[in-house]
Write a protein that binds this ligand. Sequence first.
Ligand code: NAD
Length: 352
Amino acid sequence: MRSVLITGGAGFIGSAVARRLVGKGYRVVNVDKLTYAGNLASLRDVEDRENYRFVQADIADQGRIRALLEEEAIDGVMHLAAESHVDRSIDGPAAFVETNVVGTVALLSATLDYWRSLGGERREAFRFHHVSTDEVFGDLPLDSGIFVEDTPYAPSSPYSASKAASDHFVRAWHHTYGLPVVLSNCSNNYGPYHFPEKLIPLVTLNALEGKELPVYGKGENVRDWLLVDDHAAALELVLTRGAIGESYNVGGSQERTNLVVVETICDILDERRPLASGRGRRELIRFVTDRPGHDRRYAIDSSKIARELGWRHSVTFEEGLAKTIDWYLDNRWWWGPIRDGSYAGERLGAGA
Ligand code: NAD
């Protein structure tokens, strides 16, 4: 596997995968539409490397993607482009259907046509890797249950429903047309370059600035947290060593309630940057009206990818969180323009 096309490579996880693969000598072609969530600043470390190319394009543009696959002699596609924020999917579900479902089908069609044109060993070795989420499995009780690969799908939000649909289409392209696909379903990621509308970066930056810390409901919802670089390592393994037609669950085995996550961020920041008032940041926590249909708990059993591909997460949540907070403290250049409103995804991308 030498030449990899990554969709959504200007996003949070896609940029971590792109940085990793470029660093390891793969040729990486990053295709991203640069929505509000796409930020080329996240690729500053690799943008000048010879084995990296950025192309601004929509995955729904089938002709463009088909031509690019040919032009770059692509050996594998890693599909991460998506609308990814649950709250946005509640306010405006249409964009989620457009990119996550219609866009994925267009990408599959372009890839199938290209794959059929390949001969011999290249056709054998080719893979389409679909990157998905544990949210497709739906809601677990607070005190029992865990998602395995064949847990029935039961998505709750427009976001998870659109991802579930895309997973089904990917499997259909394998069963119907023989496209060599692999899939992975991952738990909540956190880490550097995470867009500050998501829980951990939002709370970190609000807490740093001494602002209120909004927590849904009573903060009892449980998520299994995984450091984004550990996810990127798992994705490389799935792409290069995963069995065709199989899916792999990826999780950190680090379940925490949202309240514990927020309190831990407060404590780490109090230690590193005490507030001038001398007060503890836990006092900034405000409970706000819960998200409609908010799933109580997600928990992932990662034993298949551990057993078959030798993957393991590398840090506890508290270690990874401390590293992540240190990154935000050291990299205001990245998040400052997003927080002060001078950042606009498309504009920044087009000019960069
Ligand atoms: P993100 O929102 O940070 O990034 C998505 C990227 O896709 C952005 O760069 C955006 O510009 C691009 N994009 C959106 N629509 C596009 C289109 N039509 N054509 C081309 N590019 C487009 O998302 P993320 O958190 O990095 O998630 C990446 C993938 O991983 C998604 O498929 C998501 O469902 C999945 N996932 C995310 C998590 C998580 O915790 N963040 C967990 C499991 C799975």
